[in-house]
Design a protein around this ligand. Structure first.
Ligand code: UDX
Length: 428
């Protein structure tokens, strides 16, 4: 099938490359000329495992093209995916990019197109897109569908190729047939709904996952106050298959380009239609508080932080990505620096991006340089390589054998055996 993907960011590029790998002819479109030029030179602007190979292979086999010209990019396509960003501004979803794309499509509609919202959009956006396109001279039929993605950074290609479910919000059987045909090679579980239901499934899913994380952080604080071990408690809770173990890991809270944005957007949607958003507001404030909670824990362990050298392991919002968007490390480091602490840091991938956001951080070549004569070690991102450090060497390098584990990757028993003063999140 001939497909166009408008917006070549994380979602658009992964979606385009994966559809190309499924033997479709794909044109990825973006209005950022520099990004399109880099992609045509096979320079991939994001670090996502497997993406570079997938793009190169399909580009060379001419199943994947890049252009900044929307009319040119959609004229031969039957399906047009909208994958532009929908940021949150002052707590409200900003649909300007989606609306601009709808105008571009309206201007260049030359034959039947199935226009598919893949970006995370508020319920009812499909109707807005339809109204915009209808304002243009009617050169051809079109339908609007919603097909939200559930890709996680660091496992986006796997999540695309092996989805738990494919949600298709369609207005009629023609649209349903096109999308089920397109996704058939994945042999996945289709959930066929109306457009509004599909738009809501996305916001409701992400908000629930964020809520689950904040709930785990509530339980962690109770465990800390009551002298119980949160991992034990939550594995007992998660054993109930109605609850499940996933996304019940307490820590310094969630970051990334999705959860903070989607929770804020869904709170706004609830308020906008007169629904009390207290539950998600509580999840949001617990998540914001988690950063401060970790800083307070650091102060309790070290006393006055002025002049103290703090070694930070991990900056990205989660492992296996260089992405710093809404990373908890940003708030934590800013708060520590406002208390005049000095920061050294190492992250396997995110230091270049972190350097564009953070100030006065000494970046190190490895975890051991971070530990050298630091007053404490702070673990903020659970990169695999941090689980197999030579702990004796770390302890000997630190000025004080103090570890604050923001992601509970170390075993408290083992840490005290080695001689650390260990502080986890809700650990005994
Ligand atoms: C998320 C959703 O998982 C995905 O379905 C959606 O399409 C996009 O948003 P992503 O933001 O890439 O994906 O990462 P995810 O693995 O969900 O983690 C999000 C944040 O939650 C990270 O900061 C992570 O550290 C944190 N997290 C995750 C926890 O704090 N505890 C957990 O148990 C799980």
């Amino acid at each position: 099938m001939n497909i166009s993907v408008i917006g070549s960011g994380y979602v658009g590029l992964v979606t385009g490359a994966c559809f190309a790998a499924l033997n479709n002819n794909v044109i990825c479109i973006d209005n950022n000329e520099e990004k399109i030029n880099k992609l045509n030179d096979l320079i991939i602007p994001i670090s996502e495992p497997g993406l570079e190979d997938l793009v190169k292979t399909n580009y060379k086999e001419k199943r994947l093209k890049f252009t900044k010209d929307t009319p040119e990019g959609i004229k031969d396509s039957e399906v047009v995916f909208i994958c532009v960003d929908t940021p949150t501004k002052e707590g409200k979803p900003d649909l300007s990019a989606v609306k601009n794309v709808a105008k571009d499509i309206g201007k260049s509609l030359n034959s039947y197109k199935l226009i598919v919202e893949k970006s995370t959009v508020p319920v009812g956006t499909g109707e807005i897109v339809e109204e915009i396109i209808k304002q243009f001279p009617k050169n051809a039929e079109f339908d609007i569908a919603s097909n939200p993605e559930f890709l996680r950074e660091g496992s986006a290609i796997k999540d695309f190729m092996y989805p738990d479910r494919i949600v298709l919000g369609t207005p009629n059987p023609r649209a349903t047939a096109i999308l089920t045909e397109l996704y058939r090679p994945l042999n996945a579980n289709f959930i066929i709904t109306g457009v509004k239901e599909a738009e809501l499934i996305k916001h409701a899913s992400n908000s629930f996952l964020a809520l689950k994380i904040s709930y785990a952080n509530d339980i962690a604080e109770v465990c800390e106050k009551k002298g119980a071990d949160v991992k034990t408690v939550l594995s007992g809770v998660g054993a109930d298959k109605r609850i499940g173990k996933e996304f019940l890991n307490p820590g310094i809270g969630y970051g990334g380009s999705c959860f903070p944005k989607d929770v804020a957007a869904f709170i706004h949607i609830q308020e906008d239609c007169g629904v009390d958003p207290s539950i998600l507001k509580a999840a949001q404030s617990r998540n914001n508080y988690q950063r401060q909670y970790f800083v307070e824990k650091t102060e309790k362990a070290l006393g006055n932080l002025e002049g103290k050298v703090l070694g930070v392991l991990g900056l990205s919002f989660k492992p296996n990505t260089d992405d710093m968007r809404s990373a908890p490390s940003i708030d934590i480091i800013n708060q520590l620096q406002s208390k005049k602490a000095l920061i050294k840091a190492y992250d396997p991938q995110a230091m270049e991006n972190a350097n564009k956001i953070l100030n006065n951080v000494q970046y190190c070549k490895d975890p051991y340089e971070v530990a050298e004569s630091a007053d404490a070690l702070l673990l903020l991102t659970e990169w695999k390589e941090f689980e197999s450090l030579d702990l004796q060497r770390i302890k000997d390098s630190l000025k004080n054998p103090i570890v604050l584990d923001g992601r509970n990757i170390y075993d408290p028993q083992r840490m005290s055996t080695v001689g650390f003063k260990y502080y986890g999140m809700g650990r005994k």
